[in-house]
Design a protein around this ligand. Sequence first.
Ligand code: ZN
Length: 274
Amino acid sequence: MREGAADNPVNPEVCPALYRLITAHGKPIDACLGVEGLPQSATGQGTMFTGVNCPAAIGRHQEGFPGPALRKIIEENNIFLELKKRGKKVRFADAYLVDSADELALRRFKSVTTVMALTAPETVSTVSDLIHDNALMQDLTRETIQDRYPDIPMIHPQRAAEHLFRIARNNDFTLYEFFQTDVAGHSSDYARACAVLRLYDLFLASLVRFCEAASITLVMTADHGNIEAMNERGHTRNPVPFIAYGPKGRQLRDQVNSLADVTPAILSVIHCKE
Ligand SMILES: [Zn+2]
């Protein structure tokens, strides 16, 4: 969004694949959800993955880790549970640095996606999945874990796309969460934002080609704005892109106007098992 602004690194020179997805297969959707204040991660993601307007439900935008009220909404129902009820195979492709879902459950602080994944523990990816290229790191290249896991080789973003594609082909619904764009947005460092977007774009360009060849629908969105306005330090009230590319693309875009529409729209296009 914010087409042409000088402090917006989301432009065709920096990230051509992402820019093309936004302009040709995306639409701007609302992330403010009618609640005062800046949109934040916990309520934004909670809304995205439950279809419940979470900031309205708890009375404010909540950042970081969801509190008890928000956790309850996510634990009661979410897109993973709904798909499971419909007999669908679901995977959360981001690897956790644990050996099992039980170990993950012991963590004191849990993000929205962690709370959600633990409601359907078979969706959780572990270190072993990562070693077998059956999961991705949240940084794509595994650079951030080289100190801790020197035996797990770094990979090119295009290789990460190959891994995600393979996982997606073996499941009905695969989720991958990438938040380095938000981290870069908070840094107010334009060069750093460009570097993250360039890396992400290499991944996306490959992923789009794989999805196209296999008729897989690729859906992308964000819980709030940030990186598109590098002159502002934190999150923004700007609309976020909702991208739906592939066989169900138009059908999905037609149904989604805010983060609260994402889960209902995806559920409506994934058909029930015969
Ligand atoms: Zn943030």
